[in-house]
Design a protein around this ligand. Sequence first.
Ligand SMILES: [Cu+2]
Length: 132
Amino acid sequence: MKIRTLILAVAQIAILHSAYAAGATLNFVDLADGATVTSPFKVKFDVKGMEVKPAGDMTVGTGHHHLLINAEALKEGESVPFDETHLHFGKGQTETELKLAPGKYKLTLQFANGAHQSYGPQASKSINITVK
Ligand SMILES: [Cu+2]
């Protein structure tokens, strides 16, 4: 009986670790794929499976949000560039206000660790929107 309990405990730890390895689920809040918005507009970020921490914090299972404008999700381990199409939310912010000229845009949420290294496309979410 005791060995069985131990095996169950080890199996549960293994499941917890694989959950970390599987990474995070990213989502935009209140902004659907295909939505039409008027600039400026609010963009809210949600992450499940990982915790938001400010940049610099390298705690396992944590990171911060990035919003990519017309840019592709980054490979795991790749550094998120610092430019006008890769916005960092290194204070741990979970929302922002975007000002964009009228047109069609692809918005991508990308979760990355405290050193701005991407958790990969599996920790990203892309939607297409139209700004009126
Ligand atoms: Cu960053």
